[in-house]
Design a protein around this ligand. Structure first.
Ligand SMILES: C=CC1=C(C)c2cc3[nH]c(cc4nc(cc5[nH]c(cc1n2)c(C)c5CCC(=O)O)C(CCC(=O)O)=C4C)c(C)c3C=C
Ligand SMILES: [Fe+2]
Length: 492
């Protein structure tokens, strides 16, 4: 049996989901959070992410530094299989999740590695290429049950509702896209990032095909997957281009991917590693800090500039009812960036607010527009806006921040305005993404084909589950987790 087939057949059909270089916490403890990383990604749905069993976790801890040397030029050099202790930005020791293995079957011997054909799938949201695409793009977005989250009983209304909302929203959206040149730059930038990543991987001695899969517009994730199949990729790394995990972004894309993979015999056996979130990576944090540091130099009074992080919002119910880790991850991300700036002697004041709300529900607060007005009223004169949930320029940076918020800030009394560009193809950032890919590659395992049942999940409710992430790992869906939480609150 080939090495690939070996690693595809796992005892529980687990999928490896990694929050790379996780473990950064704020109280100086040593953290090795492979299990947490795995679990927190498993919260996507009840539909297929596997359980983390203890033996898997132990395999993580026990298998340490088995070198694998590719000899056919596809993969040259060696990489570690064990969770090698590393240091994060806070100087804490932690285990790099990406080098975990899940059970013996996932381990490859060096001699088996020769037929490997590596693929990297970049997941992104997608955007309309022309104004003509805006309404159908919006339809795809609102038809996603991870964007408009209807109770199960009302799911039949999803598409009619998406049709209605997309038609109603299209004129406003079109105005925005018209203002930035008649379409979204997302496809072009993501293609450039894919190319840059391929080059960076090559420089690190890993030959890989890099694919782009968009959630709501071309090239669709489904198209990328067809190509992956055609290319007979034998090991795949899935990398959502969102630093922080949200149900509505990485979660939605990964859920879609799972449903495609589950239906296909080749794909369901393909060893896959998913990098769930990567906001804590040193390379990302340092790249962000460098962009901020550089932009601050454009102000004559750089020490008095308020660093204003503007993150994309999500409805509050995502966090409170569905357990979306987005807000926590965002806050930790800002903390780490500020920590890095402090280490460079930059001690400016900073604040975080959330932008881009849509519809009548409550979104994460404080809202960017309201905070800008308040800061102006309080006498803040210089402000540097830092978009932080996304790594490409798009409508929400080019139109919402650069036009709408800038105007509002100036009207509110802020005199000096600056904006940090999105990371795009910044080389330190792309190089760090390449490292992330290389780190998780050995831990790729086949996607799950097992289905959870409500009965199974309900049993889990009584099985001493103590955290949201544990509940996720037991494949409870968001509704079940909510029930679980309510029971917990009621002392049941
Ligand atoms: C209605 C709910 C929405 C949620 C929840 C949401 C979360 C979310 N989105 C991004 C990043 C992007 N969003 C983009 C476009 C976009 N998003 C929504 C709605 C929600 N987003 C709409 C209606 C649109 C279309 C544009 C508009 O009409 O305002 C884009 C694409 C931008 C482009 O240039 O084409 C990105 C990127 C994040 C990071 C996020 C949650 C964390
Ligand atoms: Fe959005």
């Amino acid at each position: 049996m080939s090495a690939t087939a070996n690693s595809a057949v796992l005892p529980h059909g687990e999928i490896s989901v990694s929050r790379i270089r996780d473990g950064a916490n704020r109280n100086g403890t040593i953290a090795c959070r492979q299990s947490k990383s795995f679990l927190s990604a498993s919260c996507l749905s009840a539909e297929g992410l596997g359980r983390l069993d203890k033996s898997s976790f132990q395999a993580c801890q026990l298998s340490h530094c088995n070198p694998a040397v590719k000899t056919n030029g596809i993969l040259a050099g060696s990489y570690n299989y064990g969770p090698s202790p590393q240091r994060n930005l806070l100087g804490q020791t932690f285990c790099s999740v990406g080098v975990c293995t899940f059970g013996e079957n996932a381990l490859e011997s060096p001699s088996h590695a020769t037929d490997e054909k590596v693929g990297v799938l970049l997941l992104n949201l997608g955007g309309p290429d022309t104004l003509h695409d805006v309404q159908p793009f919006l339809f795809n977005l609102f038809a996603d049950p991870d964007i408009i989250r209807l109770p199960r009983l009302f799911r039949f209304l999803q598409r009619p509702l998406a049709q209605l909302i997309s038609v109603l929203r299209a004129p406003k959206s079109k105005e925005g896209y018209a203002a930035i040149g008649g379409g979204s730059p997302l496809r072009r930038i993501t293609d450039e990032q894919a190319h840059a990543l391929k080059m960076a991987l090559e420089a690190k001695k890993l030959l890989a095909n890099v694919y782009v899969g968009m959630r709501y517009w071309h090239p669709f994730t489904e198209e990328a997957v067809v190509q992956i199949k055609k290319d007979r990729i034998t090991r795949l790394v899935v990398l959502p281009l969102y630093p922080q995990f949200s149900i509505s972004t990485s979660g939605s894309s990964i859920r879609l991917l799972q449903s495609i993979f589950r239906e296909d015999s080749y794909l369901s056996r393909l060893p896959v590693s998913i990098i769930e979130s990567w906001y804590q990576r040193e390379g990302y944090i340092k790249s962000m800090a460098s962009l901020i540091e550089k932009e601050l130099q454009n102000f004559s009074n750089s020490r008095e500039v308020m660093i204003f992080f503007s993150a994309h919002g999500v409805p509050v119910s995502y966090i409170e009812d569905a357990g979306d880790p987005y807000k926590d991850q965002m806050e930790e991300c800002i903390f780490l960036i500020m920590q890095e700036l402090k280490a460079r002697g930059i001690d400016n004041e900073h604040t975080l607010a959330y932008q881009s709300r849509v519809g009548p529900v409550q979104w994460l607060k404080p809202y960017t527009d309201e905070v800008l007005v308040e800061l102006g009223q309080k006498g803040v004169k210089s402000l540097l806006a830092v978009p932080v949930s996304f790594v490409s320029e798009h409508i929400e940076t080019l139109e919402e921040i650069d036009m709408e918020y800038r105007e509002l800030a100036l009207e509110s009394g802020i005199e000096n305005w600056g904006r940090v560009p999105a990371l795009g193809c910044t080389s330190s950032f792309i190089s760090d993404l390449a490292d992330a890919v290389i780190e998780v590659l050995p831990s790729a395992t086949a996607m799950s084909t097992t289905e959870s049942t409500t009965k199974e999940a309900d049993t889990d409710l009584h099985a001493g589950i103590t955290s949201f992430e544990e509940a996720c790992a037991h494949k409870l869906d968001f509704v079940q987790i909510k029930i679980y939480r309510e029971r917990q609150q009621n002392g049941a």
